[in-house]
Write a protein that binds this ligand. Structure first.
Ligand code: 0RA
Length: 629
């Protein structure tokens, strides 16, 4: 970090009380994300031990009693007395914040850990933590609570000398966290990622509550990652892979094109997903565009001779790429500290990709041709799409105020507090127009299912009427011409029936936003409305939003009178307002690209051509989808 005052400086000044006083500063939030961060933090410590070459397996258990256990087969945290602190080294690690230089930093050349805050933060935010260490033929144990040792480190047994490792079990403190439930899917996604990024490391996730268990292991590392991302797509070639090491920087890249229109680049720095990109990603992009254009020119592939180049977007259409670099001193920038700032990295990645990829193309002309012909097609489509877009713009310039006729706009022009509901079906649109707060809520009705954007090329989707209505109403434009300042509403709320059709329409819309306005998702502007599933009548009306809640409420009220809402259209304007639209009482689900990997998988599976995995996914998720979203 630079010389500014920031979280890192303050961390050094405070003790573990500081962590409890301001937990979000260390783990991002105290909601679901923060809760999961505790597990990541513990797992990252074990991954560090694996990076140092001493650990091959990490067990993560979600226990029935609400705790989580992370166990590794590393060397075991040292237990000898720390010379300055006069307590066992493990106790230092657990009770001293950011105990920098606590251990020989050389074993930690490359450190993962989202913010590298360490295991002491997990301890500080747990009402109880138990650590067990196997080291030197002995088994040690110690208990903690809210960051403080509750017992002395003691030997509780013996083991084989070569049987070593660390096991941490912690109970997140309900005084700190608003949610205490670990989410299998969230953990699954992250552990899969970690296993791809650490070839040969095995992570076993065992959820004792949901009775689910899975092993994540990728001997091929990021080669398998690229294959996994592309697994429901039609691929053009085997993954291209290279790895180079120089001046303590390790760079690994895998590249595999598929025949879709989407670009998927995942960048990682020390196994941290750099969602906002950074110098490693931009170095890669620059090199890719240059290498492909050079090759095209050298081989005289584009014959029209106008000297037109392929753009970056052209050469990245259908590209899946994983860039993983490991560097000693990463500098993270950006809103969520997930953008790599180290300027020296750009040139490093650029020069390595340039030489490695040129060489690869020379040696594999058939693959080179496939990739280039895809990029040339993309360039043609780009020009066609531009024409289509100009057409849309012209058309809009002639219509009233430029806004679609179907839009019932709100009266406020201040985009900060306005909302647009995108509503499925005629009757629901009618009730929502009557029930809404006209001042701030606009309604855009949708006619049935919008065009499936993944299956059509950009030119076609951008000229469909439902989509142009959506684009004009939202105001930002799409793709390269996207401009967040032109956003006409602060919240874009998708309101569909709580049934299978509604889910499908919602997914279509999300695909649209994901492909054409991903910034709106990142920026937190996209929401799904949550209409109630049931009404319970007992003296007054109660609305419930899930089956679980239904069970609880029926028990609590001792009621039996239940109506299931089949669709939004069944609700009156007043009911719709009270249950789903009133900002004071409604439930909204914010849409995140919490993990772009997962989202991409789901989107292509649901939208793409692979019918088999789509069916399987829907069967597995049908019930949950209705509850969660
Ligand atoms: C520093 C030194 C050594 C091990 C560890 C840290 C270590 C930390 C964690 C945290 C979770 N699992 C871990 N496993 C190991 C060992 C130094 C030595 O034995 O020479």
């Amino acid at each position: 970090m630079s010389g500014k005052y920031d979280a890192t400086n303050i961390k050094v000044l405070e003790g573990l009380e500081g962590v409890r006083a301001r937990p979000s500063m260390y783990i991002g939030s105290t909601s679901k994300d923060g809760l999961h961060h505790l597990i990541y933090e513990a797992v990252d410590n074990s991954v560090d031990e694996a990076l140092a070459g001493h650990c091959t397996k990490i067990n993560v258990i979600i226990n029935k009693d609400g705790s989580a256990t992370i166990e590794d087969d590393g060397r075991g945290i040292p237990v000898d007395i720390h010379p300055q602190h006069k307590i066992p080294a493990v106790e230092v690690a657990l009770t001293k914040l950011h105990a920098g230089g606590k251990f020989d930093k050389k074993t930690y050349m490359i450190s993962g850990g989202l913010h590298g805050v360490g295991i002491s933060v997990v301890n500080a935010l747990s009402k109880r933590l138990i650590i067990e260490i196997k080291r030197g033929g002995k088994i040690y144990k110690q208990e903690y609570s809210k960051g403080k040792a509750k017992s002395k480190l003691s030997v509780i047994g013996k083991c084989e000398k070569n049987n070593t490792g660390t096991k941490v079990t912690f109970f997140p403190d309900e005084e700190i966290f608003s949610s205490l439930n670990f989410d299998y899917k969230v953990l699954e996604t992250r552990f899969r990622e970690i296993s791809f990024l650490n070839a040969g490391l095995k992570i076993i996730l065992n959820d004792e509550i949901k009775n689910r268990k899975e092993e994540f292991f990728a001997s091929g590392g990021i080669i398998e990652f690229a294959k996994w991302v592309n697994k429901s797509k039609e691929i053009l070639h085997k993954p291209i892979y290279f790895k180079r090491e120089m001046n303590n920087v390790i760079m690994e890249i895998s590249i595999q094109y598929n025949n879709s229109y989407k670009e998927t680049i995942f960048g990682f720095v020390n196994t941290i997903n750099t969602v906002e990109g950074g110098t490693h990603v931009s170095g890669f992009k620059t090199a890719l565009t240059r290498v492909i254009n050079d090759y095209v020119r050298r081989k005289g592939i584009i014959k029209n001779g106008k000297g037109e180049s392929l753009s970056g977007d052209d050469v990245r259409e259908g590209l899946t790429s994983i860039i993983s670099i490991k560097i000693p001193n990463p500098q993270f920038e950006g809103q969520t500290k997930t953008k790599l700032g180290n300027s020296e990295v750009k040139g490093f990645v650029d020069s390595i990709v340039t030489s490695a990829l040129s060489e690869f193309f020379e040696e594999n002309p058939t693959i080179a041709k496939k990739i280039i012909s895809k990029a040339v097609d993309a360039a043609k489509a780009r020009l066609a799409a531009k024409k289509a877009k100009d057409l849309v713009r012209r058309k809009n310039a002639f219509s009233l105020g430029g806004l679609p006729g179907k839009l019932s706009d709100c009266s406020s022009k201040k985009s900060d507090d306005t909302e647009i509901y995108i509503v499925e079906g005629e009757s629901a649109a009618g009730s929502s127009k009557m029930g809404r707060d006209r001042n701030i809520q606009a309604i855009l009705p949708l006619k049935g299912k919008i065009l499936n954007v993944e299956k059509s090329n950009p030119t076609r989707s951008l000229s469909s009427e439902e989509i142009t209505n959506l684009i004009t109403a939202i105001g930002t434009g799409v793709g390269e011409s996207f401009n967040i300042d032109k956003l006409r509403y602060n919240k874009v709320i998708i309101m569909t029936d709580a049934d299978v059709d509604g889910e499908h329409i919602k997914t279509l819309l999300l695909t649209f936003f994901f492909r054409f306005m991903p910034h709106l998702i990142e920026n937190g502007n996209i929401y799904a409305a949550r209409p109630p599933l049931y009404r319970i009548r007992k003296k007054k009306d109660y609305y419930v939003y899930s089956d679980e809640e239904l069970k609880k409420t029926l028990e609590r009220l001792g009621a039996t009178n239940v109506t299931r809402f089949k669709g939004l259209g069944e609700m009156s304007a007043v009911q719709l307002w009270e249950t789903t639209m009133n900002p004071k009482t409604r439930k909204l689900k914010k849409i995140f690209i919490e993990d772009a990997v997962e989202a991409d998988q789901v989107f292509s599976m649901l939208m793409g051509d692979d019918v088999q995995s789509r069916k399987q996914f829907i069967q597995e998720n049908a019930k949950e989808a209705q509850l969660d979203v």
